[in-house]
Write a protein that binds this ligand. Sequence first.
Ligand SMILES: Nc1ncnc2c1ncn2[C@@H]1O[C@H](COP(=O)(O)OP(=O)(O)OP(=O)(O)O)[C@@H](O)[C@H]1O
Ligand SMILES: [Mg+2]
Length: 295
Amino acid sequence: MKAMDAGTLTEPREGLHARPHIEVEVQQQSERQLPSRDVVFSIRDLSVYYGGFKAVRNVSLDIFQNQITALIGPSGCGKTTMIRCLNRMNDLIENARVDGEVLYHGVNLYDKRVDAVEVRRRIGMVFQRPNPFPKSIYDNITFGPKIAGFKGNMDELVEQSLQKAALWDEVKDRLKESAWSLSGGQQQRLCIARCVAVQPDVILMDEPCSALDPIATARVEDLMQDLKSEYSIVIVTHNMQQAARVSEMTAFFTAEVQEDQDRRTGVLVEYDKTEQIFTNPSDERTENYVTGRFG
Ligand SMILES: Nc1ncnc2c1ncn2[C@@H]1O[C@H](COP(=O)(O)OP(=O)(O)OP(=O)(O)O)[C@@H](O)[C@H]1O
Ligand SMILES: [Mg+2]
C-alpha cells in the first residue's frame, strides 16, 4: 500500500524531486490492488460557505479506495462545491470557506502545513468541458510532469498516459498536432491522460461526459472502469444511468431551506451502495429523485 502521511504532503517539493523512477511507482500501485475497502477520504462534519451563505451543511461520509463514488442530486445542491473540497480547489474561490475535516489517508487536507499544490497533484480533476491547453497533444501530457520535476523518459510517460486514457492508438501519429484539433471526446480523454501523467492517487470528475455524445460517453465510462484498479474515482453526474452503471457507492444530496439561511443549503440525504440507492433507498427524497419524481 502506498504510504501516505502528513510528512509527504507537507514536504511536497522534496518529495516530488526525490520521486522514484516510474517503475517503482507502478509496482507500488499494483500492491494497492488488494481486495479491501480502504478509506481514501474521511469527510467529517463538512460545511462550506460562500461569504455568509452556507452552501453545504454538515456532510460526513467515507470514500473508498479503488472504487468509483458518484455524487448525485439536483442542480445547486452542492455537488461541485463538495468535489472541489476534495482537492482544495475551493481555495481558489475568494469567498469560499470550509468548516469540518477532510481526512485524506488520515491527513487533514485543510491542515495549515499541507501544501495545496501537492494535494492537487495527488488528487487530480477533470472538468465538465474538456479544457486542454493550447499546446500540442504531447506538450499537454508533459506540462504537469515537467513542473513536478519528472526526470524519467518523457516519451514513455506520454505513451503510458495516453494508453491509460485509451487514446494512444488514435493520436500516436499526431502527437505534435494541437490538442484543440481533437474531437470533444478525444479532448476529454486527453484531459484524463494529462491528469494520469502526474501519477495521481485520486481522480475527481465533475460531470465529465455532459459535453460528450453517447459514444464518447461510453468510452469515458469504459475508461473509468479500467482506471479504478489504479485510482480512486469520484464523479459528479446528472445522469442517473451513468451513476448506476459506473459507481459502487452513491451519495445523494439535495438542497433544503434552513432556518438561518435565505437560500437553499445542500445536505447529504443518503449514502450507500449504488445498487441500494437505486433499488431500495431508505429515504423518500432519494426515491423520488432516482425515479424521476423530483420537480
Ligand atoms: N463561487 C461561488 N460563489 C457563491 N456561491 C456559489 C459559488 N459556487 C457555487 N455557489 C452556490 O453554492 C450552491 C451550490 O452550488 P454547486 O455549484 O456546488 O451546485 P451543484 O450541485 O454542482 O449544481 P449543478 O448541478 O447545477 O452543477 C449554489 O447555491 C450556488 O449558487
Ligand atoms: Mg456542479
